[in-house]
Design a protein around this ligand. Structure first.
Ligand code: B1M
Length: 630
């Protein structure tokens, strides 16, 4: 049986002889090839040759956008469109849209000029990013920067066509052959709104814009719709067996009510269209999916790829299999942290694998893969041993001898809102994230002679505490918190001149940033907003911040606290470097350093000499306040 046959059987819900094993290792391969550190026996091999030599199925879902000769095919990357052979289509823009691009060092600027205005994007790929193995450029400047840009983008999408390019796809398909499934890349944004969210706006700005500019955004989504429908019809009629439609589902980023409203209807429609043409729909569901388990199931996704279980997320593998396994093929299941010697000991690796086959018994609808991809510093040997265990112990059907795992701890009891009659309006404004209303209500209270200190401490801050707690308990979502924090900052701005000098000078100063090599900034921005909302002065250095930039900023701005964020196991060591560099600059005694981010924990924080660790944004506020008080 070929690996392709095994994968197709898994996708159809049939039982192949053995579990297919299709590890993704593009990041690992790109980085190690670039650095000349591929294992000796694979030194001169391509990524496909390595899989073939090891007997693994090819993981053919995410294209290498940076491979040689792809500059022209990725010209519209800044507006989320590609014309790669993996797409099976090409993007054609009407001559009414003039596209001008220029390369400057590591940056490419692409400008779109239309009769209704112009927009531009800037994408970057540095040597450092290549060393880290990245396969797609970083969008440093997004297309939507001002409210007028919605209209321009609507014009661009209305003048964009999608034309079949099945011959080019066929080349790719024949290159993959019987060693895997050549997944066609339909789109990563499953719906017009997710397209806007993923590709056109800064990740954090999206949440604010979704509330502030609903009308403009909805109009743009409507303008994207015909193009997406055309794309769907082109990929549905293509020779592909599997089509990717939608990526990066995560219960914070694509939070449940948003997913239900903006994404689910499109997944249902795309899935039905593809299945009617004998194809299956794959979604890259790489994030934290605890809050989306039922919705994803209901969305009738055929293949959920990059499924990332506990300990990297909150969903244990057996839970995924129990909730989805009868309908959706799970592609993934091995958290990438398992491949890192620093994160998972040999015993952890063994324990996980010992439980693995029982967790997914009888093994129907399962393709073993890495979620999301093999990190550059992974133990390659573990990838090999994983393959060996799958070949040996993954014979189907698997038998379960009663899989046991510890139940996750129940969520903390929700903090209920107890309005204070005198401050009910401002409290409600914080809860509603209404910065206009809070401005009026704070002014009214001040005019009535109410003490500014009381407005802040009896009105605004208790409401924000509730917001933080409800976010922790997944009763509120990121936009609610960002908007609440923004309303709170507005209140503080008005109250500040009326607060006592002592109270004003007590405001601490926090410098925050995501460390070098790491572009994740949604969590860091949330922490910054909550800290700002709590009345602290924030200087945000952004993402991918070099060590010396942190040191310089500490020296120049003299913050009380330096807060570092990291979302990648590969960038966690940067935190230690920053602390060491601050020390070397003789500044360590002047500043408290706190760390956070999904893979970071309290032990790591103490190992690297940080002054504290916070697991989420509201903990970050308590931690910083505690440090300032102490
Ligand atoms: Co990426 N990504 N990503 N990604 N991404 C993760 C983090 C990942 C876990 C996905 C997975 O494998 N399942 C994985 C990391 C694995 C690992 O190393 N542990 C991963 C990977 C591998 C990658 C790429 C390498 C993918 C690739 O190229 N193959 C690539 C790396 C790019 C780079 O950084 N060099 C990449 C890219 C991206 C996108 C650009 C597509 C996008 C980022 C958009 C952006 O941030 N502007 C993205 C996203 C969205 C995610 C997931 C799905 C969601 C992250 C997020 O924003 N969560 C994520 C999956 C996951 O985390 N389960 C994933 C919501 C946010 C509110 O939570 O950031 O955890 P979080 O912040 C929390 C806390 O951690 C804490 O408070 C916040 C609020 O409560 N916190 C702090 C954060 N910082 C703090 C600082 C503090 C205190 C608390 O200071 C004191």
């Amino acid at each position: 049986m070929t690996n392709k046959e095994r994968m197709l059987m898994a996708v159809r819900g049939e039982m192949p002889d053995v579990l297919p094993y299709a590890p993704r290792y593009d990041l690992w391969y790109n980085a190690n090839r670039y650095l000349g550190t591929l294992p000796p026996k694979h030194r001169d091999r391509t990524a496909n040759e390595i899989a073939r030599a090891e007997g693994w199925a090819l993981h053919k879902v995410t294209p290498d956008f940076l491979a040689e000769g792809r500059l022209e095919d990725t010209i519209h990357r800044g507006i989320g469109l590609f014309s790669l052979r993996e797409n099976g289509y090409q993007i054609r823009m009407s001559p009414k849209v003039e596209v001008v691009s220029r390369q400057e060092g590591s940056a490419r600027y692409v400008d779109y000029h239309t009769p209704v205005g112009s927009v531009g994007v800037k994408e970057v790929i540095t040597d450092e990013m290549r060393r880290a193995g990245v396969s797609v450029t970083w969008l440093q400047q997004r297309a939507i920067k001002r409210v007028e840009d919605y209209r321009v983008l609507a014009y661009i999408f209305e003048n964009t066509d999608v034309v079949p390019a099945y011959d080019r796809y066929a080349e790719y398909q024949s290159e993959v052959g019987e060693d895997g499934i050549a997944c066609m890349m339909g789109t990563s944004g499953a719906s017009p709104m997710q397209h806007i969210q993923r590709d056109l706006l800064d990740a954090t700005d999206f949440f604010l814009e979704y509330r502030d500019h609903q009308k403009e955004m909805r109009h743009l989504a409507e303008a994207i719709t015909p193009m997406l429908e055309r794309m769907l019809s082109v990929v549905a009629r293509s020779p592909a067996e599997m089509v990717e439609w939608g990526a990066n589902f995560d219960d914070m980023v694509t939070y449940a009510p948003y997913f239900e409203k903006e994404i689910e209807p499109w997944l249902l429609k795309a899935g039905a269209t593809l299945r009617a043409q004998g194809k299956v729909m794959l979604c890259h569901t790489d994030g934290e999916n605890l809050g989306l388990l039922d919705l994803i199931r209901r969305s009738e996704i055929d293949v959920a790829e990059a499924v990332c279980p506990f300990p990297m997320t909150k969903v244990p593998l057996d839970e995924y299999y129990r909730r989805w396994g009868d309908r959706t093929t799970i592609f993934g299941g091995i958290p990438q942290s398992l491949l890192l010697a620093d994160t998972a000991s040999e015993q952890d690796f063994k324990d996980f694998m010992d439980g693995f086959f029982q967790a997914i018994a009888p093994g129907r609808r399962f393709i073993v893969g890495i979620a999301d991809t093999t990190p550059p510093n992974a133990e390659f040997d573990r990838l090999v041993r994983l393959g060996e265990r799958v070949a040996r112990e993954g014979r189907l059907p698997l038998t379960s001898t009663g899989f046991y795992r510890e139940a996750p701890a129940p969520a903390a009891a929700a903090l209920r809102f107890v309005p204070d009659e005198a401050f009910e309006d401002v409290q409600q404004d914080v809860m509603d994230g209404d910065q206009n209303a809070i401005r009026d209500h704070v002014r009214t209270l001040l005019d009535q002679g109410v003490n500014a200190h009381d407005i802040l401490h009896k009105g605004v801050i208790p409401a924000m505490d509730v917001v933080g707690q409800q976010f922790k308990n997944a009763e509120l979502f990121i936009p609610d918190v960002l908007l609440a924090a923004r309303a709170m900052s507005e209140a503080i701005r008005l109250l500040e001149p009326h607060l006592s000098t002592g109270e004003r000078s007590a405001r601490g100063k926090v410098l925050i940033g995501t460390v070098r090599g790491d572009l994740h900034d949604i969590g860091k921005n949330l922490v910054a907003s909550m800290l700002r909302g709590a009345g602290l002065e924030i200087q945000d250095l952004g993402a991918n911040v070099a060590t010396d930039a942190f040191v310089r900023a500490v020296a120049e701005n003299k913050p009380d606290v330096l807060a570092l964020s990291s979302l990648l196991t590969t960038t966690m060591p940067e935190m230690r470097e920053v602390i060491e560099a601050v020390k070397a600059a003789g500044l360590r005694d002047t500043v408290r350093i706190v760390v956070g981010g999904a893979p970071v924990n309290a032990k790591f924080a103490s190992d690297i000499g940080a002054d504290g660790y916070a697991g989420d944004a509201s903990d970050a506020v308590s931690l910083v306040q505690k440090l300032l008080a102490g």
